[in-house]
Design a protein around this ligand. Structure first.
Ligand code: 13P
Length: 246
């Protein structure tokens, strides 16, 4: 099955109003590569301004609370994200699973809330270095996916992000990426039946213009979730172009 590639940026806790000019340049490049889906997940407080700057481009959030509303100081609901113009949200990023101690159950609830509100959801999974070195990466990440997977939706994507590859310049071998993505595809088909074939599985962790072609050539790699190389248009646009090539 052919799946459209999705290249999503994650600005993490970077970006001020002046940086919206990078998104303007990225949106222009995305418009020139219509065969690729492109999105940028910005800090929540920038969402509305980014949407105003590039109304036809997909702006997303990096997290969402699982509850519709209530006494959750400092949190943002899915309805608030939609209200601000967001089209998607990341959930379960390892920086939140670790830093905010988010459990699989919580990640599943967040994904469910995002989908229910009409957002596209990118659900992140990935192993730590000790797990990789112990040879347990595939089993661990497959179990993480099973435990955090919401109900089937065509607006769901998965991002495999090995924690040790995030922001380090280290990338798994193409064989290791292929093995993981194949295992995740099997889990999706086990959970959702044939429609599990339609769920995109992104790779994330030190993706750059210089390694994107190689990564996108791997079977079952349907795009990328990009951190550091999404901050500047000059770094991100070559990744969009690589996705358009293959
Ligand atoms: P880097 O691309 O900076 O390694 O970050 C990956 C990531 O965590 C995207 O969510």
């Amino acid at each position: 099955m052919t799946r459209r590639k999705l290249v999503a940026g994650n600005w993490k806790m970077h970006g001020l109003a002046a940086d919206l000019r990078e998104i303007e340049a990225i949106a222009a490049a995305a418009a020139q590569n219509p065969e690729v889906d492109v999105a940028m997940c910005v800090p929540a407080i920038l969402i509305e301004r980014a949407v105003r700057a590039v109304p036809r481009f997909a702006i997303g959030a990096q997290d969402v609370h699982h509850a519709e509303k209530g006494a959750h100081t400092g949190c943002t609901s899915a309805a608030m994200l939609v209200d601000a113009g967001a089209r998607l949200t990341i959930v379960g990023h390892s920086e939140r699973r670790e830093g905010q101690r988010e459990s699989d159950d919580e990640v599943r609830a967040k994904a469910t809330a995002g989908l229910a509100a009409g957002l596209d959801v990118i659900l992140c999974v990935g192993e730590s270095l000790p797990v990789r070195e112990a040879g347990d990466a595939v089993a661990t990440v497959a179990a993480q996916l099973d435990a955090s997977l919401p109900a089937n939706s065509e607006r769901l994507a998965i991002a495999y992000e090995p924690i040790w590859a995030i922001g380090t310049g280290k990338v798994p071998t193409v064989d290791d990426i292929a093995a993981m993505h194949s295992a995740l595809r099997s889990r999706l088909v086990a959970a959702f039946g044939a429609s599990g074939q339609a769920v995109r599985i992104l790779y994330g962790g030190s993706v750059k213009g210089s390694n994107a072609d190689e990564i996108f050539a791997v079977a079952d790699v349907d795009g990328a979730l990009v951190g550091g190389a999404s901050l500047a248009a000059a770094d991100f646009i070559p990744i969009i172009e690589a996705a358009a090539r293959g």
